[in-house]
Design a protein around this ligand. Structure first.
Ligand SMILES: [Zn+2]
Length: 264
C-alpha cells in the first residue's frame, strides 16, 4: 500500500481526495469560494452543511478494483466534485493533483506496482487504436484493475491525456454509454457529461463488481439530493427515493451474485 486509506474502526483516516483537498487549501493564498457554494460550516467528511450531513449512510463494502484520480488543480476544492464519493466507497482510491511540468513520484510508483493493471479511462477516438480496449481484461497474474480517471473539465482532461507521457504505455479503456443500461446504471442528469463517480461506477460494472457499481450510483443520487436540498434550504428527504435505493442495496450482501441482484 503506497498511500494510507480510510479505516472503518476508530478515527477514520481522511481519504485520498480529502487529503489532496487539504494540501490544495494549504497552498491557497486566499480562501476558495465555490461558485454557487453554500456559505458557512461544512462537515469535513461529506462536505455538506451539518443539517444535511450524510456521513451516516456512507457505504462500506469490499471493492476489488482500485481508482486513481488525476485531478485538475481546482477540482479537489469544488463542493460538487464527485471524485470524493469514489474515494468514500472504493477503499483503494488514490488521488494526485495534475501538473503539466511535473509528476508525483508516488504516482509513478503506483503505476509500476505489479499488483495493479492500470487502465486510462478515456474516449478511444483520442488514442491510437492499438491502445484502445472496451472491456476490462480478465485478471491475470493476480493483478487488480486500477482505473485512472482524469477528474477535470473536458478541455482540461484532453490536455491531461495529451501531456502526461507516463500514461502513454497504458491501455485506454473507452466506455460506451450504451453499457449504462446494460448494467442498470443511469445518468443523474447533473450535466451533459458523465461525472467522475458515474464513470467510476461504469468501470466497476465492467470489472464485474455490479453491486459496488450500483451502490456508487445510488450514493451519488443521495449526495446530489442532499446537495440540492441544502442549496435550496430544504430538508433532506430521508425516506425519499434516493435513500430508499441506497438502503435496498445495503441490505444485499456484497457476495450476492450479480444474477441474484438484478432480480431484486
Ligand atoms: Zn458529513
Amino acid at each position: 500500500m503506497l498511500v494510507d486509506t480510510p479505516v472503518s474502526e476508530g478515527v477514520p483516516i481522511p481519504h485520498a481526495v480529502s487529503r489532496l483537498r487539504a494540501e490544495r487549501l494549504a497552498r491557497s493564498a486566499k480562501p476558495f469560494m465555490a461558485r454557487g457554494g453554500i456559505k458557512g460550516q461544512r462537515c469535513s467528511d461529506c462536505r455538506l452543511v451539518p443539517s444535511h450531513c450524510m456521513c451516516s449512510v456512507r457505504p462500506e463494502l469490499p471493492v476489488q478494483a482500485g481508482m486513481c484520480l488525476l485531478m485538475a488543480d481546482i477540482e479537489p476544492l469544488k463542493p460538487s466534485n464527485t471524485g470524493w464519493l469514489v474515494a468514500d466507497l472504493v477503499h483503494d482510491t488514490f488521488a494526485f493533483g495534475w501538473a503539466r511540468t511535473e509528476v508525483n513520484p508516488t504516482l509513478l510508483a503506483l503505476l509500476a506496482d505489479p499488483q495493479w493493471q492500470a487502465l486510462v479511462v478515456f474516449p478511444g477516438e483520442f488514442a491510437p487504436p492499438e491502445r484502445v480496449v472496451h472491456t476490462v481484461p480478465a485478471p491475470h497474474s493476480g493483478k487488480r484493475p486500477l482505473f485512472i480517471l482524469l477528474d477535470a473539465t473536458w478541455s482540461e482532461a484532453r490536455k491531461m491525456f495529451r501531456k502526461s507521457p507516463y500514461l502513454n504505455a497504458l491501455p485506454v479503456l473507452s466506455l460506451n454509454p450504451e453499457e449504462i443500461s446494460r448494467y442498470e446504471l443511469r445518468r443523474s442528469g447533473r450535466d451533459d457529461h458523465f461525472c467522475t463517480s458515474e464513470v467510476a461506477a461504469l468501470c466497476l460494472a465492467l470489472a464485474g463488481e455490479t453491486h459496488a457499481a450500483r451502490t456508487l450510483q445510488a450514493y451519488l443520487d443521495v449526495y446530489t439530493h442532499h446537495y440540492l436540498q441544502a442549496k435550496h434550504q430544504l430538508p433532506p428527504q430521508w425516506d425519499g427515493a434516493a435513500h430508499a435505493q441506497l438502503r435496498a442495496l445495503r441490505i444485499q450482501a456484497p457476495h450476492f451474485k450479480a444474477s441474484v441482484i438484478t432480480k431484486l
